[in-house]
Ligand binder design. Structure first.
Ligand SMILES: NC(=O)c1ccc[n+]([C@@H]2O[C@H](COP(=O)([O-])OP(=O)(O)OC[C@H]3O[C@@H](n4cnc5c(N)ncnc54)[C@H](O)[C@@H]3O)[C@@H](O)[C@H]2O)c1
Ligand SMILES: [Zn+2]
Length: 348
C-alpha cells in the first residue's frame, strides 16, 4: 500500500492504530523521528538512529538492528518503521524480513530516489563481499508513506539522482506524456526553487510510483517484465564498479548510482539505435533532456569498458545479459545479448 501525503499527521494516525512500532531513522532526518506520535495505548515509539552510507549497508548493521529489536522486546506483531533513503529502507526492510522469521516493515522514504524506486517493490538487502545488494529478500512493506515535504532538506545532487530514476519510469511508460511533463518540470527548477512548493513534485512522483507498482504487481520475483525496471542499470552497475576501482594512475572516484543510471540509460539508447530498434534521434534527444534536467551525464568510460565491467552484475545469467532497450519513449524491450555481441554492436 502506498500513501501520499503532504505532512506527517496521517502517518501518526496510522501508527496510533498499531500495537507496537519500532522506528529506525537515518540521522540526517532526525526531525521526522522527533515528530513521531505514539502507538496504541499511548506507548512512545522507540527510535534507533543509523548512519546511511554504503559501508554500513552490511550484515553487521542488520545484526545491530535485530539486537536492538530483541533488546526492546519486539515480538512477531511488531511493525518496524524505516525512515530515510534507499539505504535505510533496504537494510531495515531486510532486518524486519528475517527478525523472528519476519515482522512487518513500513517505509517513510526521504530521498526522491527512495520515493520513486527503492521503497517500492519489496526488494530489501545489503552488500556482501564487495557486491551490491548480494544478500536480501523480496517482501513487500506493509505501507510506504510518501511525503514530498520530507525532501526539503535533501542536498541538490542527491535530489538529482532521484530525477534519473523518475525519468527512467517515464521512459518505461509515457502515459499522459509523463516524460515530456517531467522534463519540462525538472529543467525549469534550479537550486533555489527546488523545494519551493514540494507539492508540485507529487504528480511526477505519483506517475513513477504507478509505473513501478504496475510492473511489480505482475512480476514480483523478476521472472520477466520486472527486468524492464533495470533500464540503464546494466551499464550503471559497470560504471559504478569502474569508478570504485583504484589503479596506479587513478584514485577511486565513485559515481553515485543515480548519475550512473542516467549515463547508463543513454548508453542503452545508443545500443538500441545500433541494433536498429529506435530512430537515430532518440539518443541525442534523451541526452539533451537529461542535460536540461541538470543530470551529470559525462561518463569517463567507453561502452566497451563499461560492458566488460558489467559482467559481474548479479542479473547476468551465464554469459547472457537481459538488456533493457528502447524502441521509443515509453516503449521498452528486453533483448538477450552476450557482452561481446553488445560490444560488437557499439563498434559497428
Ligand atoms: N530496494 C530497491 O528496489 C532499490 C531500488 C533502488 C535503489 N536501492 C538502493 O537505495 C540506495 C540508495 O538510496 P538513496 O539514493 O535514497 O540514498 P541514501 O539512503 O544513501 O541517502 C543519500 C544521502 O542522503 C541522506 N538523506 C536521506 N534523506 C535525506 C533528507 N530528507 N535530507 C537530507 N539528507 C537526507 C542520507 O543520510 C545519505 O547521506 C542504494 O543502496 C541502492 O542499492 C534499492
Ligand atoms: Zn536504480
Amino acid at each position: 500500500m502506498t500513501l501520499f501525503s503532504d505532512s506527517i499527521d496521517q502517518l501518526n494516525e496510522l501508527l496510533a492504530q498499531r500495537s507496537e512500532v519500532f522506528a529506525v531513522c537515518d540521522k540526517h532526518v532526525k526531525s521526522i523521528a522527533d515528530s513521531l506520535g505514539r502507538c496504541q495505548g499511548g506507548k512512545k515509539i522507540p527510535v534507533l538512529m543509523m548512519e546511511a552510507c554504503e559501508e554500513y549497508k552490511e550484515l553487521r548493521t542488520v545484526e545491530k538492528i535485530c539486537a536492538w529489536l530483541l533488546d526492546k522486546g519486539a515480538d512477531r506483531g511488531a511493525t518496524v518503521l524505516a525512515i530515510g533513503g534507499g539505504i535505510t529502507t533496504d537494510v531495515v526492510g531486510f532486518a524486519a524480513s528475517i527478525y523472528k522469521r519476519g515482522v512487518k516493515a513500513a517505509y517513510v522514504p526521504t530521498t526522491l530516489l527512495a520515493q520513486v524506486d527503492a521503497a517500492l517493490g519489496g526488494k530489501t538487502g545489503v552488500n556482501f563481499k564487495k557486491y551490491k545488494n548480494m544478500l536480501g529478500t523480496i517482501v513487500e512493506p506493509d505501507f510506504t508513506y510518501i511525503c514530498p515535504a520530507f525532501l526539503k532538506t535533501l542536498p541538490e545532487p542527491v535530489f538529482r539522482e532521484g530525477v534519473s530514476e523518475l525519468l527512467k519510469a517515464c521512459l518505461l511508460s509515457n502515459e499522459g506524456s509523463a516524460y515530456e511533463k517531467a522534463v519540462a518540470y525538472f529543467s525549469g527548477i534550479n537550486s533555489s526553487t527546488l523545494y519551493q512548493d514540494a507539492t508540485l513534485l507529487l504528480p511526477h512522483i505519483r506517475h513513477a510510483v504507478s509505473v513501478k507498482e504496475k510492473v511489480v504487481s505482475e512480476d514480483l520475483y523478476e521472472k520477466g517484465l520486472r527486468r524492464t525496471l533495470n533500464l540503464g542499470h546494466t551499464f550503471a552497475h559497470g560504471i559504478e564498479h569502474l569508478s570504485q576501482k583504484c589503479s596506479w594512475f587513478r584514485k577511486p572516484h565513485p559515481i553515485p548510482h543515480g548519475e550512473a543510471v542516467a549515463m547508463g540509460i543513454l548508453m542503452a539508447a545508443r545500443l538500441s539505435y545500433r541494433l536498429g530498434l529506435c530512430e537515430e534521434n532518440l539518443p541525442d534527444r534523451l541526452r539533451d533532456d537529461f542535460l536540461a534536467c541538470g543530470l551529470n551525464i559525462r561518463c569517463p568510460y567507453t561502452p566497451k569498458e563499461v560492458l566488460k565491467a558489467a559482467r559481474t552484475d548479479k542479473k547476468a545469467e551465464g554469459n547472457i545479459i537481459h538488456f533493457v532497450l528502447l524502441k521509443d519513449i515509453g516503449e521498452a524491450v528486453i533483448k538477450d545479448l552476450s557482452i561481446s555481441e553488445a560490444i560488437r554492436a557499439f563498434e559497428s
